[in-house]
Design a protein around this ligand. Structure first.
Ligand code: A3P
Length: 290
């Protein structure tokens, strides 16, 4: 997005787009053989589905809702990306519990997950809002190509010509393998509607016990308005070479249905048609507006 940023490009690797200069095929290929511990937790998402929200919730559950205990570490330190350069070194030597995020396709994931080691939380968001959020993110993130306009980004997203590739394939591939893993599926929309019950669901999936007050604290400090004011919880540390903090904020709008402000009637009809076709074998449904 800025003339001063390096020339980041999408580079396809085994059918999945990586971002040159940030991701490296040889790093990504090693992930499969990572030694998984039972206590490892992976948050997997398609971009713009609430990854950062889960990072905050899981960090807070770990410290029983005491937000001050999260202040000594930025979100990206506490909860690193699997696909970044130093991931293996940091993974092997990290104390348990190790928490990681990733946007990678299912085929790159540690094989240990299929031996039911570790836990996977997959977060999905209705793809129309994902598209709009990703459009804004492409303007704000220097490592992604600035779209000419919304219409051209719409086409790119439909073609899967973005980091994360095709939304439909991402959700399908992870969801269809869910029984092989310790897997929890949640949606962004259920978090918007009833954060407290999602926090309870996650807490029990992780085998943790929190008091009612501690659960309240987790919820309170993961509300949009509170995360927005918490520099450690919204990527304020990411350098301008990657995110242009002058052009936007990571926590942008945080709602359901913003797509209605962007999609034309024709785009919406086309999207619905593709959705029906691609999702016909997968028993998932989404909330499209509030
Ligand atoms: P919007 O751009 O629609 O606002 P990711 O972390 O996967 O990139 O997802 C970012 C999206 O999740 C952004 O969507 C962001 O505002 C939203 N988000 C993050 N934390 C949130 C929260 N506590 N409540 C609601 N939305 C949140």
């Amino acid at each position: 997005s800025s003339g001063e940023a390096p020339d980041y490009k999408l580079i396809p690797h085994r059918g999945f787009n990586l971002i040159s200069g940030i991701h490296f095929p040889e790093v990504v290929d090693k992930i499969q053989n990572f030694d998984i511990r039972d206590s490892d937790v992976f948050v997997i998402t398609y971009p713009k589905s609430g990854t950062i929200w889960l990072q905050q919730i899981l960090s807070l559950i770990e410290v029983k809702g005491d937000v001050t205990a999260t202040y000594d570490q930025q979100n990206s330190e506490r909860f690193p990306w699997m696909e970044l350069l130093d991931s293996q070194k940091r993974f092997d030597s990290a104390p348990s519990p190790r928490t990681r995020v990733s946007h990678l396709a299912y085929k790159f994931m540690p094989l240990g997950l299929k031996q039911k080691k570790g836990k996977v939380i997959y977060v999905a968001r209705n793809p129309k809002d994902v598209l709009v959020s990703y459009f804004h993110f492409h303007n704000y993130a220097n490592m992604l190509e600035t779209p000419k306009d919304f219409d051209s980004f719409f086409e790119k997203f439909m073609e899967g010509n973005v980091y994360g590739n095709c939304w439909f394939e991402h959700v399908n591939s992870w969801y269809s393998h869910k029984d092989e893993m310790n897997f929890l599926y949640i949606t962004y929309e259920e978090m918007i509607k009833d954060l407290r019950s999602v926090v309870e669901k996650i807490t029990s999936f992780l085998g943790k016990n929190l008091t009612s007050q501690q659960l309240n604290d987790v919820v309170e400090h993961s509300l949009f308005k509170n995360m927005k004011n918490n520099p450690q919880a919204n990527y304020k540390d990411v350098p301008a070479i990657m995110l242009n903090h002058q052009l936007g904020e990571y926590l942008r709008k945080g709602t359901i249905g913003d797509w209605k402000n962007y999609f034309t009637v024709a785009q919406n009809e086309r999207f619905d048609e593709v959705y029906q076709q691609k999702m016909k074998d997968i028993p998932l449904s989404f909330i499209w507006d509030i």
